[in-house]
Design a protein around this ligand. Structure first.
Ligand code: AMP
Length: 281
């Protein structure tokens, strides 16, 4: 497994792979790997000749008050896990390599970037779309793997690939959860023991909402109120947002039908967690 820190070196390796006619599967991450990341890597390994992982905590997607500086890191462990998952190359650029002095170009997917998480994190998805575009241009993958843990992100990347005619197949994989239902996330490490046990409420609330819909409830307002009420019972939890939207367009809906997404963001103490569930009816 090769560790590559510069764009020049990465491009040279990719040229070589392409000349040999091999397919490239790409998994972009911010590191501090967990089973969610590994599930993407395993699938990518299965479907491609070469698996490239990137580990880059992207400053462009963090707001000034967010956790960029303290985002969890354990590169040695990540490298070990990447190796065990059959990774061929790990791209680990630093911020200066990706955004050298004078950097001025950004990619923004309109509308989709300003709703749901985009309301609380106004520059977030512009940063995501920009870095993913850059990584796609550097790695030139055949297939790129993303998790539904970040559902809105996956929809934005899908839109961007279509809109900008990128020749990349997008693969979107299910959320990997802890045994008690908490969606795996690098940020879970921030939680104290008490917060960790309160954090289960996110998935519990989503499951409860799903049961309401399966029981015939079709009013998004009722679903939203039910989730808000459950979350409010936990002292350490504070709702950021809860939305019930069309699962494909992320448009607001007046009545629940076909495939809908329930997306939530909840502060547990100082940690903002997101989760979601798709319900078909
Ligand atoms: P991150 O390192 O948090 O930026 O995540 C990198 C990729 O892993 C993104 O496509 C995420 O959606 C995906 N991912 C993160 N957590 C999970 C999870 N629990 N299950 C599945 N995919 C995940």
């Amino acid at each position: 497994m090769r560790l590559i820190r510069t764009i020049n070196r990465m491009s040279a390796c990719i040229n070589h792979i392409r000349q040999n006619g091999k397919s490239i599967g790409f998994v972009p991450t911010m590191g501090y790997l967990h089973e969610g990341h590994l599930s993407l890597m395993r699938q990518a390994k299965e479907e491609n000749d070469i698996l490239v992982l990137s580990i880059f905590v992207n400053p462009a997607q963090f707001g000034p008050m967010e956790d960029y500086k303290r985002y969890p890191k354990d590169l040695n462990r990540d490298i070990r896990l990447a190796k065990d998952s059959g990774c061929d190359m790990v791209f680990i650029p630093d911020a200066k390599e990706m955004y050298p002095g004078g950097y001025s170009t950004y990619v923004k997917v309109e509308r989709l970037s300003d709703i749901l998480c985009g309301k609380t994190r106004p520059i977030h998805f512009r940063g995501v779309a920009t870095v993913v575009t850059k990584l796609f241009n550097i790695i030139r993958p055949d297939r790129a793997y993303f998790g539904t843990k970040d559902y809105q992100q996956a929809i934005i990347i899908k839109r961007m690939i279509e809109d900008l005619n990128m020749d990349i197949k997008l693969k979107i994989l299910p959320i990997v959860r802890e045994k008690d239902g908490l969606a795996m996330s690098s940020r879970n490490i921030y939680l104290s023991q008490e917060e960790r046990s309160d954090a289960i409420i996110l998935y519990k609330a989503l499951r409860f909402a799903k049961r309401l819909i399966e029981g015939g409830q079709r009013d998004p307002g009722v679903i939203i109120s039910a989730i808000r009420k459950l979350i409010s019972h936990k002292n350490r939890a504070r709702m950021d947002y809860v939305s019930v939207v069309d699962a494909d367009t992320l448009n607001d809906i007046r009545i629940i039908k076909r495939r809908i997404l329930i997306a939530i963001a909840v502060w547990i103490g100082k940690t903002r967690l997101i989760d979601n569930i798709v319900v078909k009816c």
